[in-house]
Write a protein that binds this ligand. Sequence first.
Ligand SMILES: *[C@@H]1O[C@H](CO)[C@@H](O)[C@H](O)[C@H]1NC(C)=O
Ligand SMILES: *[C@@H]1O[C@H](CO)[C@@H](O)[C@H](O)[C@H]1NC(C)=O
Ligand SMILES: *[C@@H]1O[C@H](CO)[C@@H](O)[C@H](O)[C@H]1NC(C)=O
Ligand SMILES: *[C@@H]1O[C@H](CO)[C@@H](O)[C@H](O)[C@H]1NC(C)=O
Ligand SMILES: *[C@@H]1O[C@H](CO)[C@@H](O)[C@H](O)[C@H]1NC(C)=O
Length: 464
Amino acid sequence: MICSVFSDFKMKNAEKKLLVLLLLKAFTVLCVYLYYDNMLAVGTTFKSRAVTAHDRLTHYQPFTESADQGSANEVQSKCSNFRSPSSDMTSQTWIPLTDRNNTYIYSAYYVKSGTEYKVVIIGAHRGWEHGEQFVCQLWYLNDRTRIIGSMVEEPSSVSKLPEGHGLRYSARLFTCPLSSDKVPSYVSIVEKSCNTPKSLLPVQVNNKPEVSNRKFTMCLSPLHSKFSDAHQIIEYIELNVILGADKFVIYNYSMAENVAEVLKYYSRKGIVEVHEWKPPIVDEIHYFGQVMVLNDCLYRNKNKSEYIVCTDLDEFIIPHSDQTNNWSDMVEQVNDTGDVYLFRNTFFGTNWNNEDTGTHNSLIDKYKLRTLRTFYHQKKIYGAAIRSKYIARTATVSQVMIHEVRGGGLKTGVVPIDNAYLHHYRHLDSDEENVPKVLDKTIRNKFEKELINNVQKVWTELKR
Ligand SMILES: *[C@@H]1O[C@H](CO)[C@@H](O)[C@H](O)[C@H]1NC(C)=O
Ligand SMILES: *[C@@H]1O[C@H](CO)[C@@H](O)[C@H](O)[C@H]1NC(C)=O
Ligand SMILES: *[C@@H]1O[C@H](CO)[C@@H](O)[C@H](O)[C@H]1NC(C)=O
Ligand SMILES: *[C@@H]1O[C@H](CO)[C@@H](O)[C@H](O)[C@H]1NC(C)=O
Ligand SMILES: *[C@@H]1O[C@H](CO)[C@@H](O)[C@H](O)[C@H]1NC(C)=O
């Protein structure tokens, strides 16, 4: 049975009867040998412990699903009694990977780093057990629509990302080493070698182009609670475009119809891409899975964008030196060889009185441009890693957090406030009212005219 595929193949190609007989005989012996070898390997070695790099499965057994399942799926793997997954598994997202429903994966990326090739998977796991172990199943398929080809297992390394905020789930990066540059079509994660996977994730390839064609891509945390402030999102996009943003990656947990319309408009222009983001564990993970989203955005943009810029809708990285009006110039001025640029946070009170700052263009009120009518910030400018946000180089950074980026060998710098800092606009409580304040009209002085014009143009086009 196991050898039926091989023997059919040999018969077809054999010309002489004698040769066929000899081949068949030799082959039967080989099959018996392989069968026992397989039993031994699977029964005594692989099932009893997690795979190690040493156990790389390099020779495959042909495997055909039993006839009663009525499917033509066929996968070669070292695992015996292994059921080919059904092809509809590839279209489902957020399927729990384990019987205990404690692990989810969202996306997988093929990554080349130096001379190494790997698949990195963005996921989440409940709790933290010492020595969490998972096995990657890499599916090399001839045809993405049918499960035909081979499956190879590799041990997965798992890294738990910080900033879980004590909730039950926190983000994980699963890394699967590849033994060659060959790209798997799908990947799955299982707890034990040869377990049947519960879902197959398509592997997204992002090692092209060699030189990124975007410079600054914005990664926004998930929109939620039927987000409906169209004015805010237009101001966010237009001011950041002026500063140098080429693209906005937006994750949709929920949004109102008006905001969906605005994003459709920007998607048509190629400035925005929206990804559905409906994690079933949303109540048990920090801020709608923000850490997962930021890491997904990092991997999604490797080799596409030189940098990612991670700020929220109410935050802007504003260059403060007289000569710089955009991030390109600002980065160059600070030190353009860095991997991570951290920007210190200060709060602007949107509810504070700005009446002493003179009259302003009525369009600022019409379009609710808060950055052009809020001019005081707290004197306090927070230190690095406390509410700070960052610009990170996609080629060298391998994981990101919300307020900082860590990693061995990275050149991380805190940008001096004379060069730039993070403007954070929010309604401040009365206990924050009597703090020392600083007048700051940088945005008005540098960008007012262009921002009003651009926002007006967008609203005019939207109303058409
Ligand atoms: C896991 O989730 C599935 C539905 O996705 C459910 O049918 C099953 O009972 C859950 N198992 C546990 C142990 O919670
Ligand atoms: C975002 O999700 C909501 C609710 O699931 C959906 O109605 C809306 O169309 C989505 N918006 C976009 C732009 O994908
Ligand atoms: C793009 O991919 C090549 C390999 O294909 C790699 O050497 C290079 O560093 C990558 N660039 C970025 C920005 O990721
Ligand atoms: C940044 O600003 C400088 C000077 O104002 C300008 O020459 C340059 O083209 C700008 N760069 C981008 C990417 O807009
Ligand atoms: C930028 O940083 C690198 C590495 O830390 C350093 O060698 C270089 O001198 C810096 N350049 C400037 C202009 O500060």
